[in-house]
Design a protein around this ligand. Structure first.
Ligand code: AMP
Length: 215
């Protein structure tokens, strides 16, 4: 499959993408995960991106497009991909359309995870993420906690509250979403590619996405 997952921070894009990966070998591409790994590794990209990320601002489009141009041409994308957190702006969506045309690839559709603000706020403040860059498993201290000592059930690394999950940064990320990313809903609706998914239960959303892929 070739999908874009659209939705506010905390809408469940990462969780849905990981579940869809198991379905047909398509690969999750999370620009947020790529950037966090770069920050952790202290690479040139990470150094440029860190301050934007910590504030909850978007990283400049040009940096993101450089990452995605290379990433979409890696061999593991041949079975398909699930874009998680990209595109985030209209210019990114326009550049993606050109890139896909060049690579002769077509999207199945854009899945908009439409989740109320109170729900995403609650999810973000209770979220914990595995600090191991090659794992980055997501937990929730209420309904899907890590081990009692706070370590990851999959790889035993410590789980952490991300730097951009303080209340100020979360408020800024939600405002940035409203101003810069939400306009993509109208953009993809016009392109005839948008499908809305309203369920708050990941397994229901997965079932609906699979059904939509078969049509
Ligand atoms: P995420 O994990 O998708 O919420 O991303 C975490 C942070 O990485 C965001 O708040 C942005 O600072 C940055 N980021 C991730 N994806 C993008 C993107 N497509 N465009 C710009 N910034 C991004």
């Amino acid at each position: 499959m070739r999908l874009i997952l659209l939705g506010a921070p905390g809408a469940g894009k990462g969780t849905i993408a990981k579940l869809l990966e198991e379905f047909d070998g398509s690969v999750q591409i999370s620009t947020g995960d790529i950037l966090r790994s770069a920050v952790k590794a202290g690479s040139a990209l990470g150094k440029k991106a860190k301050a934007y990320m910590d504030r909850g601002d978007l990283v400049p489009d040009s940096l993101i497009m450089d990452i995605m141009e290379a990433r979409l041409q890696e061999p593991d994308c041949q079975n398909g991909f699930i874009l998680d957190g990209f595109p985030r702006t209209i210019p990114q969506a326009e550049e993606l359309a050109k890139l896909l045309a060049r690579l002769k690839l077509k999207l199945d559709f854009v899945a908009n995870l439409d989740v109320p603000r109170e729900v995403v706020m609650d999810r973000l403040t209770t979220r914990r993420t595995c600090c191991n860059p090659s794992c980055q498993a997501i937990y929730n201290i209420r309904n899907n906690p890590p081990k009692e000592d706070g370590t990851c059930t999959l790889c035993n690394h410590q789980t952490i509250q991300r730097d951009d999950e303080t209340e100020d940064a979360i408020n800024n990320r939600l405002e940035t979403y409203k101003q810069k990313t939400a306009p993509l809903i109208g953009y993809y609706e016009k392109e005839g590619l948008l499908k809305n998914f309203l369920s708050l239960i990941a397994s229901d959303t997965i079932a609906e996405i699979k059904k939509s892929l078969k049509v």
